[in-house]
Ligand binder design. Sequence first.
Ligand code: G3H
Length: 250
Amino acid sequence: MRKKIIAGNWKMNKTPSEAAVLASEIRNKISDAKCDVVVCPTAVCIPGVVSALEGSSISVGAQNVHFKESGAYTGELSSAMLKDAGTLYTIIGHSERRQYFGETDETVNLRTKAAVDGGLIPIVCVGESLSERENGIMPETVCRQTKLAFLNIQKDDAENIIIAYEPIWAIGTGKTATAQQADEVCGIIRNTIKELYGEDTAEKIRIQYGGSMNAGNAEELLSMPNIDGGLIGGASLKPDDFAAIIKAAD
Ligand SMILES: O=C[C@H](O)COP(=O)(O)O
């Protein structure tokens, strides 16, 4: 039985002081979660959020990580920096990074390796666009993204990586994949992991769904056999809604 994992991606929202308040509000609402809970604020908010959540069971994640350890990479953050600041997870390859910041399957793989080597748990995002789905190449897209993200990742490390399936057409649109659609794709991703590492790894790895998950639809999505959690955008900024999603996961 895989433990569910609910992660909030706060994206480019909240100032450091607002983020610390939000973290405290969330902490007050979910003291007894049975699933893993993660919040991912912007990098500048990490120290305040880490301190607001100190002593709680909620972990902090980053929204990205660079693949080099240090050097002339203006504006970037290494695994070591994030780890030292108190983060345990990092999102990698979110579709917004792929769409607006030139993220490729190759850089997603480099970042994934750097995160693993630096002791961070990657949350690797994959997902098809609407036109890929409509043209019948959704399976090819998610298989390719998954295979390339895991290139040169050892089996022992692979099983700890989290994969987030996020159909681009469902992100921030209010248009959720049906539970059946989401489960089907998470199953395709799990099969890809089985091809790469074998059945035991495929059974252990956790696959989240992300894309307009909210308090109303979380229970159905999270009850599906291949969905092990959620990567939540908008609803993770509302403590009551985020708490309701965590309750649905428990
Ligand atoms: O990382 C989170 C996803 O992009 C989902 O965002 P959303 O819940 O606002 O649709």
